[in-house]
Design a protein around this ligand. Structure first.
Ligand code: SAM
Length: 258
């Protein structure tokens, strides 16, 4: 079976509800605010198609994208080449990479830390990020809002529709029955993407993507256990929304070396 991460084009289409340019602007604004300067070098971890890394590269920032999945790495390179932006792509595990250099900004976006299934993996990931951070660098991690899993109503819908040119797709990322295991906090999220490719061709991708739910206190405990990083700020979206505000729909943590 072909999974959603085996088809980076479809994954990127599924995530095209995001305003990557605006999110990149927000990341750069946080760099100006929290380290006094925009970054010269950026590393995107669990980058998938590396849309943000490519956006940084298009702005003249030296960008590196890291992902475990070969199809994602190949796609990120192809898209960067097609856009004529320089992008280094590394196929590596975000819990065990050693690139031998440090970056002004590291980002992990769209809840990719949910692929860290246990505390040892989370702490190893934080240690690796810290090791690759310049002395005045920032590590910014975007996670979904805990309200999505713990509140009476999720903050964001698990189903949405996207369009690109003649292509239209419906995405269902998680079904109502996909409950968190109360012991492991892992949910086998069922993903269905139905792509109307135009001309009467419809393609359906079905997958199960294990999702490890991390609470904010657990994240803070992992940061303390690592000891290599400390929290600078926390935001509830890519603007200036507090994480506990009613309109908050993400948890975005800004970290620096401890
Ligand atoms: C939800 S996608 C997010 C992609 C990207 N961050 C974005 O914003 O679109 C999660 C990505 O994490 C990658 N991934 C999962 N486990 C990983 C690991 N241990 N190390 C590196 N990448 C990993 C997957 O291959 C996938 O591309």
């Amino acid at each position: 079976m072909t999974g959603i991460y085996d088809d980076p084009w479809a994954y990127e289409l599924a995530c095209s509800f995001r305003d990557v340019a605006a999110e990149t602007d927000a990341l750069l604004a946080w760099c100006r605010g929290h380290r006094g300067a925009e970054p010269a070098t950026v590393l995107e971890l669990a980058a998938g198609p590396a849309e943000h890394a490519r956006a940084f590269a298009a702005r003249g920032i030296t960008a590196t994208a890291l992902d475990l999945h070969p199809a994602m790495c190949a796609y990120a390179s192809e898209r960067a080449d097609a856009a004529d932006v320089p992008l280094e792509v590394v196929q590596e595990d975000m819990t065990a990479f050693a690139l031998g250099r440090r970056f002004d900004l590291i980002v992990t976006l769209l809840d990719s830390t949910s692929h860290l299934m246990d505390l040892a993996g989370y702490v190893a990931h934080l240690d690796r990020a810290a090791e690759h951070l310049a002395d005045d660098g920032l590590y910014i991690v975007e996670m979904s809002h805990p309200r999505d899993r713990l509140g009476p109503e999720p903050t964001v819908s698990a189903g949405w529709t996207v369009e690109r040119g003649d292509v239209r797709a419906t995405v269902q990322w998680g079904e109502p029955g996909d409950a968190l295991d109360p012991i492991t906090q892992i949910s086998p999220d069922r993903v269905t993407m139905t792509i109307d490719e135009g001309g009467g061709t419809t393609r359906v991708i079905r997958d199960v993507v294990p999702y490890r739910f991390w609470t904010v206190p657990e994240t803070d405990a992992a940061i303390r256990l690592s000891g290599a990083l400390e929290v600078v700020a926390r935001y509830g979206d890519f603007g200036d929304v507090a994480v506990d505000a009613p309109e908050a729909w993400r948890v975005i943590t800004v970290l620096r070396r401890a």
